[in-house]
Design a protein around this ligand. Structure first.
Ligand SMILES: [Zn+2]
Ligand SMILES: [Zn+2]
Length: 333
Protein backbone atom coordinates (compact mmCIF):
# COMPACT_ATOMS: atom_id res chain seq x y z
CA UNK A 1 0.00 0.00 0.00
CA UNK A 2 1.44 3.34 -0.97
CA UNK A 3 1.60 6.21 1.44
CA UNK A 4 2.14 9.93 0.84
CA UNK A 5 5.37 10.98 2.45
CA UNK A 6 5.04 14.72 2.58
CA UNK A 7 1.57 15.32 3.90
CA UNK A 8 -0.75 13.93 6.51
CA UNK A 9 -1.58 10.43 5.22
CA UNK A 10 -5.02 10.09 3.70
CA UNK A 11 -6.29 7.57 6.19
CA UNK A 12 -9.85 8.07 5.10
CA UNK A 13 -13.10 8.80 6.80
CA UNK A 14 -15.07 5.74 5.78
CA UNK A 15 -18.18 5.55 7.90
CA UNK A 16 -21.79 4.62 7.89
CA UNK A 17 -24.02 6.26 10.51
CA UNK A 18 -26.02 3.75 12.48
CA UNK A 19 -29.73 4.41 12.24
CA UNK A 20 -32.26 3.99 15.01
CA UNK A 21 -33.46 0.66 13.66
CA UNK A 22 -30.02 -0.73 12.93
CA UNK A 23 -28.49 -3.42 15.03
CA UNK A 24 -25.33 -2.21 16.69
CA UNK A 25 -22.55 -3.89 14.76
CA UNK A 26 -20.42 -6.31 16.63
CA UNK A 27 -17.70 -6.71 14.04
CA UNK A 28 -14.78 -6.74 14.07
CA UNK A 29 -15.55 -9.07 16.92
CA UNK A 30 -13.72 -9.41 20.19
CA UNK A 31 -12.94 -12.99 19.43
CA UNK A 32 -10.82 -12.00 16.47
CA UNK A 33 -7.17 -11.93 17.33
CA UNK A 34 -4.18 -10.32 15.67
CA UNK A 35 -0.71 -11.78 15.66
CA UNK A 36 1.68 -10.08 18.02
CA UNK A 37 3.30 -7.38 15.84
CA UNK A 38 6.54 -7.64 17.76
CA UNK A 39 6.88 -11.33 17.04
CA UNK A 40 5.69 -11.53 13.46
CA UNK A 41 9.19 -11.60 12.01
CA UNK A 42 11.51 -12.20 14.94
CA UNK A 43 11.64 -12.91 18.67
CA UNK A 44 10.38 -10.35 21.15
CA UNK A 45 12.95 -7.69 22.04
CA UNK A 46 12.46 -5.44 25.06
CA UNK A 47 13.28 -1.73 24.80
CA UNK A 48 14.92 -1.65 28.21
CA UNK A 49 15.46 2.11 28.25
CA UNK A 50 11.74 2.75 27.74
CA UNK A 51 10.69 -0.01 30.14
CA UNK A 52 13.05 1.28 32.84
CA UNK A 53 11.88 4.88 32.38
CA UNK A 54 8.21 3.95 32.66
CA UNK A 55 8.85 1.75 35.70
CA UNK A 56 11.03 4.40 37.39
CA UNK A 57 8.48 7.18 36.99
CA UNK A 58 5.66 4.95 38.25
CA UNK A 59 7.81 4.03 41.27
CA UNK A 60 8.84 7.63 41.94
CA UNK A 61 5.21 8.77 41.72
CA UNK A 62 4.44 6.47 44.65
CA UNK A 63 6.16 9.11 46.80
CA UNK A 64 2.73 10.78 46.71
CA UNK A 65 1.64 8.13 49.23
CA UNK A 66 3.91 9.71 51.85
CA UNK A 67 2.25 12.62 53.68
CA UNK A 68 5.55 14.54 53.76
CA UNK A 69 5.20 15.16 50.02
CA UNK A 70 1.57 16.24 50.20
CA UNK A 71 0.44 19.84 49.77
CA UNK A 72 -2.83 21.28 48.53
CA UNK A 73 -0.92 23.56 46.18
CA UNK A 74 0.77 20.45 44.76
CA UNK A 75 -2.65 18.90 44.12
CA UNK A 76 -3.80 22.08 42.37
CA UNK A 77 -0.66 22.04 40.23
CA UNK A 78 -1.41 18.39 39.43
CA UNK A 79 -4.99 19.12 38.31
CA UNK A 80 -3.95 22.11 36.22
CA UNK A 81 -1.07 20.04 34.84
CA UNK A 82 -3.34 17.25 33.62
CA UNK A 83 -5.22 19.86 31.60
CA UNK A 84 -2.17 21.78 30.36
CA UNK A 85 0.13 18.87 29.54
CA UNK A 86 -2.49 16.25 28.68
CA UNK A 87 -5.34 18.17 27.11
CA UNK A 88 -3.36 21.02 25.52
CA UNK A 89 -0.11 19.17 24.88
CA UNK A 90 -1.32 15.74 23.77
CA UNK A 91 -4.99 15.99 22.75
CA UNK A 92 -5.08 19.42 21.23
CA UNK A 93 -1.55 19.67 19.82
CA UNK A 94 -0.09 16.22 19.19
CA UNK A 95 -3.40 14.68 18.15
CA UNK A 96 -5.88 17.14 16.67
CA UNK A 97 -3.38 19.72 15.38
CA UNK A 98 -0.19 17.90 14.33
CA UNK A 99 -1.62 14.48 13.44
CA UNK A 100 -4.95 15.41 11.88
CA UNK A 101 -4.57 19.12 11.05
CA UNK A 102 -8.05 19.75 12.41
CA UNK A 103 -7.37 23.48 12.81
CA UNK A 104 -4.61 26.03 12.48
CA UNK A 105 -2.97 28.14 15.12
CA UNK A 106 -0.03 30.58 15.10
CA UNK A 107 3.28 28.76 14.88
CA UNK A 108 4.54 30.16 18.21
CA UNK A 109 1.45 28.80 19.94
CA UNK A 110 1.68 25.43 18.19
CA UNK A 111 5.29 25.10 19.33
CA UNK A 112 4.36 26.11 22.88
CA UNK A 113 1.64 23.45 23.01
CA UNK A 114 4.09 20.92 21.52
CA UNK A 115 6.54 21.64 24.35
CA UNK A 116 3.75 20.76 26.80
CA UNK A 117 3.25 17.52 24.85
CA UNK A 118 6.95 16.69 24.99
CA UNK A 119 6.92 17.25 28.77
CA UNK A 120 4.27 14.53 28.94
CA UNK A 121 6.96 12.04 27.91
CA UNK A 122 4.84 10.28 25.30
CA UNK A 123 7.45 10.56 22.58
CA UNK A 124 8.56 13.29 20.24
CA UNK A 125 5.87 15.02 18.17
CA UNK A 126 7.02 13.21 15.01
CA UNK A 127 7.10 9.75 16.60
CA UNK A 128 3.68 10.25 18.22
CA UNK A 129 2.19 11.47 14.96
CA UNK A 130 3.72 8.59 12.98
CA UNK A 131 2.42 5.91 15.34
CA UNK A 132 -1.04 7.43 15.45
CA UNK A 133 -1.39 7.89 11.69
CA UNK A 134 -0.30 4.30 11.27
CA UNK A 135 -2.97 3.26 13.76
CA UNK A 136 -5.65 5.06 11.74
CA UNK A 137 -4.47 3.58 8.48
CA UNK A 138 -4.43 0.00 9.78
CA UNK A 139 -6.83 0.16 12.73
CA UNK A 140 -7.31 -3.31 14.23
CA UNK A 141 -5.58 -5.09 11.38
CA UNK A 142 -1.90 -5.73 10.80
CA UNK A 143 0.19 -3.69 11.20
CA UNK A 144 -1.78 -1.56 13.68
CA UNK A 145 0.93 -0.67 16.24
CA UNK A 146 -1.34 -0.98 19.29
CA UNK A 147 -4.54 -2.89 18.62
CA UNK A 148 -6.14 -4.53 21.68
CA UNK A 149 -7.05 -7.41 19.38
CA UNK A 150 -3.48 -8.57 20.08
CA UNK A 151 -4.24 -8.33 23.78
CA UNK A 152 -5.31 -5.61 26.20
CA UNK A 153 -1.90 -5.01 27.77
CA UNK A 154 -0.26 -4.86 24.38
CA UNK A 155 -2.53 -1.95 23.39
CA UNK A 156 -2.24 -0.22 26.77
CA UNK A 157 1.49 -0.33 27.44
CA UNK A 158 3.41 -3.30 26.03
CA UNK A 159 3.56 -1.88 22.51
CA UNK A 160 5.78 0.86 23.93
CA UNK A 161 8.25 -1.35 25.76
CA UNK A 162 8.59 -4.15 23.21
CA UNK A 163 10.43 -3.52 19.95
CA UNK A 164 7.56 -3.00 17.56
CA UNK A 165 8.37 -4.19 14.07
CA UNK A 166 5.09 -2.78 12.84
CA UNK A 167 6.54 0.68 13.47
CA UNK A 168 10.18 0.19 12.60
CA UNK A 169 9.52 -1.84 9.46
CA UNK A 170 7.46 0.98 8.02
CA UNK A 171 10.22 3.50 8.73
CA UNK A 172 7.60 5.26 10.84
CA UNK A 173 8.68 8.87 10.98
CA UNK A 174 9.96 9.40 7.40
CA UNK A 175 6.89 7.72 6.04
CA UNK A 176 4.16 9.06 8.29
CA UNK A 177 5.40 12.33 9.78
CA UNK A 178 7.58 13.99 7.19
CA UNK A 179 5.42 17.11 7.29
CA UNK A 180 6.13 17.47 11.01
CA UNK A 181 9.89 17.08 10.57
CA UNK A 182 9.90 19.71 7.85
CA UNK A 183 9.49 22.29 10.60
CA UNK A 184 13.05 23.05 11.85
CA UNK A 185 11.74 23.37 15.41
CA UNK A 186 10.62 19.74 15.50
CA UNK A 187 13.52 18.53 13.36
CA UNK A 188 16.11 19.95 15.75
CA UNK A 189 14.36 18.48 18.78
CA UNK A 190 14.09 15.11 17.04
CA UNK A 191 17.83 14.84 16.44
CA UNK A 192 19.65 12.89 19.13
CA UNK A 193 16.41 12.87 21.13
CA UNK A 194 17.00 16.41 22.34
CA UNK A 195 13.31 16.71 23.19
CA UNK A 196 13.93 14.43 26.18
CA UNK A 197 15.87 17.23 27.87
CA UNK A 198 12.65 19.15 28.31
CA UNK A 199 11.42 16.70 30.93
CA UNK A 200 14.15 17.27 33.57
CA UNK A 201 14.23 20.98 32.73
CA UNK A 202 10.52 21.41 33.38
CA UNK A 203 10.77 19.26 36.54
CA UNK A 204 13.51 21.57 37.81
CA UNK A 205 11.33 24.60 37.10
CA UNK A 206 8.47 23.01 39.04
CA UNK A 207 10.84 22.43 41.96
CA UNK A 208 12.08 26.02 41.90
CA UNK A 209 8.56 27.45 41.69
CA UNK A 210 7.34 25.27 44.56
CA UNK A 211 10.43 26.06 46.62
CA UNK A 212 9.97 29.80 46.06
CA UNK A 213 6.39 29.56 47.32
CA UNK A 214 7.53 27.41 50.24
CA UNK A 215 10.15 30.02 51.18
CA UNK A 216 7.55 32.79 51.05
CA UNK A 217 5.14 30.78 53.21
CA UNK A 218 7.57 29.39 55.80
CA UNK A 219 10.82 31.39 55.53
CA UNK A 220 12.66 28.14 56.18
CA UNK A 221 14.90 26.07 53.93
CA UNK A 222 13.16 22.84 54.84
CA UNK A 223 9.77 24.43 54.07
CA UNK A 224 11.06 25.53 50.69
CA UNK A 225 12.54 22.12 49.85
CA UNK A 226 9.41 20.30 51.04
CA UNK A 227 7.03 22.32 48.88
CA UNK A 228 9.42 22.18 45.92
CA UNK A 229 9.52 18.39 46.14
CA UNK A 230 5.74 18.27 46.64
CA UNK A 231 5.26 20.12 43.36
CA UNK A 232 7.64 17.72 41.61
CA UNK A 233 5.91 14.63 43.02
CA UNK A 234 2.35 15.82 42.35
CA UNK A 235 2.82 18.29 39.51
CA UNK A 236 5.32 16.27 37.49
CA UNK A 237 5.50 12.58 38.47
CA UNK A 238 1.89 11.81 39.41
CA UNK A 239 0.65 14.00 36.57
CA UNK A 240 2.91 12.18 34.08
CA UNK A 241 1.61 8.78 35.17
CA UNK A 242 -2.04 9.91 35.08
CA UNK A 243 -1.71 11.50 31.63
CA UNK A 244 0.06 8.38 30.37
CA UNK A 245 -2.76 6.10 31.47
CA UNK A 246 -5.41 8.44 30.09
CA UNK A 247 -3.75 8.40 26.67
CA UNK A 248 -3.10 4.67 26.83
CA UNK A 249 -6.75 4.07 27.75
CA UNK A 250 -7.77 5.59 24.43
CA UNK A 251 -5.64 2.97 22.69
CA UNK A 252 -6.92 0.09 24.79
CA UNK A 253 -10.39 0.62 26.29
CA UNK A 254 -11.90 2.56 23.38
CA UNK A 255 -11.15 -0.26 20.96
CA UNK A 256 -12.89 -2.74 23.24
CA UNK A 257 -15.67 -1.21 25.34
CA UNK A 258 -18.38 1.31 24.51
CA UNK A 259 -21.00 2.11 21.91
CA UNK A 260 -20.72 2.95 18.26
CA UNK A 261 -22.35 5.74 16.29
CA UNK A 262 -20.77 4.64 13.02
CA UNK A 263 -19.81 1.51 11.16
CA UNK A 264 -16.15 2.24 10.69
CA UNK A 265 -14.84 -1.17 9.72
CA UNK A 266 -12.74 -1.56 12.85
CA UNK A 267 -13.43 -1.90 16.54
CA UNK A 268 -13.37 1.73 17.73
CA UNK A 269 -15.90 2.65 20.44
CA UNK A 270 -17.23 5.69 22.22
CA UNK A 271 -16.45 5.21 25.89
CA UNK A 272 -17.91 7.90 28.13
CA UNK A 273 -15.61 7.19 31.08
CA UNK A 274 -12.50 7.56 28.94
CA UNK A 275 -14.10 10.57 27.22
CA UNK A 276 -14.65 12.37 30.52
CA UNK A 277 -11.20 11.50 31.88
CA UNK A 278 -9.46 12.50 28.65
CA UNK A 279 -11.49 15.64 27.98
CA UNK A 280 -12.99 14.31 24.77
CA UNK A 281 -10.61 11.73 23.30
CA UNK A 282 -12.82 8.84 24.37
CA UNK A 283 -15.41 9.55 21.65
CA UNK A 284 -13.12 7.36 19.62
CA UNK A 285 -15.63 5.79 17.24
CA UNK A 286 -16.74 9.27 16.22
CA UNK A 287 -13.10 10.19 15.71
CA UNK A 288 -12.35 7.15 13.55
CA UNK A 289 -15.42 7.98 11.47
CA UNK A 290 -14.39 11.58 10.92
CA UNK A 291 -10.71 11.86 11.65
CA UNK A 292 -10.00 15.43 10.61
CA UNK A 293 -12.87 16.92 12.57
CA UNK A 294 -11.59 19.07 15.45
CA UNK A 295 -14.67 17.98 17.40
CA UNK A 296 -14.88 14.39 18.62
CA UNK A 297 -18.27 14.76 20.26
CA UNK A 298 -20.95 14.31 17.59
CA UNK A 299 -24.06 14.15 19.80
CA UNK A 300 -25.01 17.15 21.90
CA UNK A 301 -24.26 15.30 25.11
CA UNK A 302 -20.86 13.98 24.04
CA UNK A 303 -18.85 16.55 26.01
CA UNK A 304 -15.54 17.39 24.39
CA UNK A 305 -13.53 19.82 26.52
CA UNK A 306 -10.62 19.73 24.08
CA UNK A 307 -12.92 20.98 21.32
CA UNK A 308 -14.35 23.66 23.62
CA UNK A 309 -10.76 24.78 24.19
CA UNK A 310 -10.22 25.01 20.42
CA UNK A 311 -13.40 27.09 20.11
CA UNK A 312 -12.15 29.37 22.90
CA UNK A 313 -8.86 29.81 21.04
CA UNK A 314 -10.82 30.64 17.90
CA UNK A 315 -12.93 33.18 19.78
CA UNK A 316 -9.80 35.11 20.75
CA UNK A 317 -8.25 34.83 17.29
CA UNK A 318 -5.71 32.10 18.11
CA UNK A 319 -7.28 29.31 16.03
CA UNK A 320 -8.75 29.27 12.55
CA UNK A 321 -9.92 26.86 9.84
CA UNK A 322 -11.45 24.63 12.50
CA UNK A 323 -12.59 21.47 10.70
CA UNK A 324 -16.22 20.67 11.50
CA UNK A 325 -17.75 17.19 11.63
CA UNK A 326 -18.91 16.06 8.20
CA UNK A 327 -22.49 16.96 7.57
CA UNK A 328 -22.55 19.80 10.07
CA UNK A 329 -22.84 23.30 8.72
CA UNK A 330 -19.68 25.23 9.59
CA UNK A 331 -20.33 27.88 12.19
CA UNK A 332 -19.83 31.45 11.23
CA UNK A 333 -16.68 32.92 12.68
ZN1 LIG B 1 -8.27 4.08 17.37
ZN1 LIG C 1 -6.57 10.28 15.62
Amino acid sequence: MTQPTNAPPAVGNARTPIGDGDAVPTTPDHARRLDHPATVDSPKKIRWNVAASIAAIHAAALAACFPWFFSWSGVIVFVLGVYCFGTLGINLCYHRLLTHRGFKTPRWLEHSFAVLGMCSLEGSPASWVAAHRMHHQHADVQPDPHSPLVDFFWSHISWLVVENHALTAASGIPRYARDVCRDPFYFRLERRNRWLLLYPIHAALFFLAGAALGWVLTSTAIGAVQLGLSWVVWGVLVRTVVVWHITWSVNSFTHLFGYRNYNTGENSRNNWIVALLSNGEGWHNNHHADQRSASHGHKWWELDVTYLTILALRAVGLAKEVVQPQGRTPRKI
